[in-house]
Design a protein around this ligand. Structure first.
Ligand SMILES: [Mg+2]
Length: 260
C-alpha cells in the first residue's frame, strides 16, 4: 500500500467522513516547495485554489502553522477565514482568536544585531528577525563554512540557555523561546475554539514538526512529508504531491456532515 492509499483508507473511515475536520498545515515544504531563499516561497495556484474551496466548506477549518513570523505567514498565504500560527505556534491569529504566548520572550534587537555581526564573514547566511525568535538560513552558504556558522550561532546563544534554544531545521537554525509550546499545542488551542467533535489532521515536513506530532499523539491524524526513515507522525508522505491529493480529497468530500 502506498502512503497515500494508507491515509486515504484512514480518511474513508466513518469517523472521519462523518466529522468536521480541522486541517493543520505547515507552510514551507508542505504547502509550498522549498526554495533557495525563504522570501521566495509561494503557494502554487493549484494549492491556493484548493484552500479556497476548503475554507468555504462548513465542515472544514484550515490552520496554517509555521515557523515564520505571524505577519509573514499571513501575508504569504493571504486567505481570509484561516487560522494562522506563527513562530512555531507562539502566536495565533484567526476567526475569533488572537493570542500570543504570555511567556514567549522577545529577542531584543541587540542580540539580532550581534548575530548578524557574528555571521557577516559567512557568505550566503541570512539572519531573520522574527520578533519572538530568529532564524539563520544557510541554504546558500558554501559547505566549508557550515561548521563555523553553527559554532557562532551556538556560541551566541549559549548564555541564553533556559530562555532560548537553538533547533536545526531544513538548512536553518531556529532560535526559539524555550517555553514548552509547539505547533501541536497551537493546534489544540485552535481546536478548543471549535465545538466538540472536530477531527484533527496535522501535516508537516520538518524536524521541527516532530514536536507537534509528539504533542498531538493520537488526538490528530499526523503526517510527515519527506523521505524520512522514522517519524513520530502516524503516516509519512514520501512525496509532497500527496498533500495536494489530500486537499483534493477533503475538498470533494461528500455531504458536509453538519454545520459548524
Ligand atoms: Mg516546513
Amino acid at each position: 500500500m502506498t502512503d497515500w492509499a494508507r491515509v486515504q483508507d484512514r480518511l474513508a473511515k466513518i469517523d472521519f467522513l462523518a466529522s468536521p475536520t480541522l486541517l493543520g498545515l505547515d507552510f514551507d515544504g508542505t504547502l509550498s516547495e522549498i526554495v533557495d531563499s525563504p522570501e521566495k516561497a509561494v503557494l502554487s495556484p493549484g494549492i491556493r485554489r484548493l484552500l479556497r474551496v476548503l475554507i468555504r466548506r462548513p465542515d472544514i477549518k484550515v490552520a496554517v502553522l509555521s515557523g515564520r513570523a505571524l505577519e509573514d505567514i499571513k501575508k504569504r498565504v493571504g486567505l481570509p477565514g484561516v487560522y494562522y500560527a506563527g513562530n512555531h505556534g507562539l502566536q495565533i491569529d484567526g476567526p475569533g482568536l488572537r493570542w500570543t504566548h504570555p511567556h514567549a520572550g522577545e529577542l531584543d534587537a541587540a542580540s539580532w544585531r550581534s548575530l548578524v555581526e557574528d555571521l557577516k564573514a559567512i557568505p550566503g547566511a541570512i539572519v531573520e528577525n522574527k520578533g519572538l525568535g530568529m532564524a539563520v538560513h544557510y541554504r546558500k552558504v558554501p559547505k566549508r563554512y557550515i561548521r563555523r556558522l553553527e559554532d557562532r550561532v551556538r556560541n551566541r546563544f549559549a548564555g541564553l540557555r533556559g530562555k532560548f534554544r537553538v533547533l536545526r531545521g531544513k538548512k536553518t537554525y531556529d532560535i526559539r523561546s524555550s517555553v514548552p509550546w509547539d505547533k501541536g499545542h497551537a493546534f489544540d488551542a485552535i481546536r478548543n475554539q471549535l465545538p466538540d467533535g472536530w477531527m484533527g489532521v496535522f501535516i508537516g515536513d520538518d524536524r521541527t514538526d516532530e514536536e507537534g506530532f509528539r504533542t498531538l499523539g493520537p488526538r490528530a491524524l499526523t503526517i510527515r512529508v519527506g523521505r524520512v526513515n522514522a517519524s513520530r507522525a502516524q503516516y509519512i508522505f514520501s512525496d509532497r504531491k500527496h498533500v495536494e491529493r489530500l486537499l483534493k480529497f477533503l475538498a470533494a468530500r461528500s455531504s458536509p456532515p453538519r454545520e459548524a
